[in-house]
Ligand binder design. Structure first.
Ligand code: PAF
Length: 315
């Protein structure tokens, strides 16, 4: 089986390294940046953290021509890049290719479905924790399960093979018949944590320790859960507030992915997280003022990276 991972971010590198180390399949990493691709190709992908310190000699290319048609494509770019990334990756996708999205937020399965046909698309949510330390260098911060499934709930043989492939490579994986519920369950966690950490620059644990952020988090989660309920989405936990607070505690020292983006003055995934709650609430005719405020604040931060007054005043 030929597997191509698109995007050399933290999760892309993690999956590329584990799948390469398993030595069972032909594994490639596709990186749009030619120089970086050459560097990672030469040095490999290095990991430190819960799986030890090791390097995998991952094959990396910036050219789809060099790779050819794949059996499985894992999309690991930031959500705002999905559309462009899949246009570039189209030569990898043949009649029998499956395309699995390992991204945050809601909307990626739809974007991929529009570009390739919904039958090829597999949704996924991973609880693997990884932080990018540099080009091809990551910290494997925590092991967690990956859940895969098709939006229509069908479980074709390709999905079973992916589960087997990931599990044999050491990436614990299960199949869900309701991946939409799993995606929304993760969305609500991200809606409660990510924007608030990006705005306050606090780590996840502090959000529930401090009274003000705890109150805002609760409002954001309550609004998001209300939208999910109105859409009849079945969450994988009973109590969204308790779940999000528990995730804050379990990942207390983490800098959320959105806070990492803001610290690097990067584009964030706000449109695919709190922005989704705002848009869906509007469609349903219900209010989501806290998610709307969080979305506007993060967009303002993104639009003003170079305008910020960082120095303290003298008088
Ligand atoms: O996006 C993230 O950072 C993670 O999904 C989570 C669960 C919020 C932990 O930091």
């Amino acid at each position: 089986m030929k597997i191509v991972i698109v995007g050399p971010g933290a999760i892309g590198c993690l999956f590329a390294a584990f799948l390469t180390r398993a030595k069972r399949e032909e594994v490639w990493l596709l990186d749009k940046n030619k120089e970086r691709a050459a560097r990672i190709n030469q040095n490999g992908v290095s990991l430190e953290g819960v799986s030890g310190i090791w390097t995998a000699r991952v094959r990396v290319s910036s050219e789809t021509k060099e790779i050819g048609e794949a059996d499985l494509v894992l999309v690991c770019v930031k959500s705002y890049d999905t559309k462009q990334a899949i246009e570039r990756a189209k030569p990898l996708v043949g009649e029998d290719t499956s395309v699995l999205t390992l991204q945050n937020g809601i909307g990626n399965t739809e974007i991929l479905g529009e570009a390739l046909g919904q039958d090829k698309v597999i949704g996924a949510v991973t609880s693997q924790g990884a932080t990018l330390l540099g080009d091809g260098r990551i910290r494997h911060a925590g092991k967690g399960e990956t859940v895969v499934g098709r939006m229509d709930g069908k479980i074709p043989v390709q999905i079973r093979s992916i589960r087997e492939l990931f599990n044999k490579a050491g990436l614990e994986t299960r199949i869900s018949r309701d991946i939409k519920g799993v995606l929304w369950s993760k969305l609500i966690i991200n809606a409660g944590i990510n924007a608030l950490t990006a705005i306050t620059r606090l780590n996840n644990g502090k959000l529930v320790e401090l009274e003000g952020t705890r109150r805002i988090l609760r409002e954001a989660v309550t609004e998001a859960a209300r939208v999910a309920k109105r859409k009849r989405i079945k969450l994988i936990y009973d109590d969204p507030l308790a779940k999000v607070e528990a995730v804050c505690e379990a990942t207390a020292a983490n800098l959320s992915s959105m806070l990492q983006d803001v610290l690097r003055k990067r584009h964030t995934e706000i449109d695919f997280i709190n922005g989704v709650i705002v848009r869906q609430a509007q469609e349903l005719g219900i209010a989501a003022p806290v998610n709307s405020l969080l979305t506007d604040l993060v967009k303002t931060i993104e639009a003003s990276y170079d305008l910020r007054n960082e120095e303290s005043g003298s008088s």
